[in-house]
Design a protein around this ligand. Sequence first.
Ligand code: UDP
Length: 231
Amino acid sequence: MKKILLKLSGESFGKNGIDSKMLERVAREIAVVAKNEIALAIVIGGGNIWRWRDNSHLASLPRAESDFLGMLATVFNAAALAAALRKLKINVKVFSAVAAPVELAEKYSPTAARKFLEKSGVIILAGGTGKPFVTTDSGAALRAAELKCNLVVKATNVDGVFDQDPRKSKTAKLLEEVDYKTAIREKLGVMDLQAFRILAKSGIPTCVFNFEKRGLLKKAVEGKNVGSLVK
Ligand code: UDP
């Protein structure tokens, strides 16, 4: 069975908090994939609720504590997504790398997560790495390596990896295929460079695609050319 790690940023659920229409749309796209004999591990971000860098003006709040608030934000998103998927009859389990109510998530263990993933199809991984000073992109890379996924699928709001920032330059060119070495050397954004380093070492390719375009998730997990492939 093909094992895919899907990295979803918090903004797929809304700009500020969770928007029910956006949540339902994400759940529907995932349900289509989950019914397709693909094992899906979803690492979820928290940027729609809390990010250290969006709150660094709170000078009295230490960075590490602010980062833990970000990790807790991912638990909110994970619980909301799990509920939306269950409504669509998808059997899903949430694991968290940070302490969360048992009603919402089980403590993350690679063995338990892998077992559920291989048996039942969909797991949601909250809490990122469980450690401050990094982001859920690094969490996604670590979990993909740990769970021995075949592919990372990074859902974002641009068409893929560009040779320059497409929001700043009109001449930016989409790179359909790029190697990790070049992506790291040229600092070709869209995903944390630390995440790219882990994935390069583990030999797991990453497909970067635009999640704002409907239907691309299904094509991405099927290995179709829908954005950029970093390998
Ligand atoms: N975070 C962290 N360690 C992790 C994952 C996340 O400290 O392993 C914190 C960090 O402050 C980050 C926030 O949680 O800004 C939300 O995660 P992220 O920015 O990756 O969310 P996304 O942008 O993907 O929605």
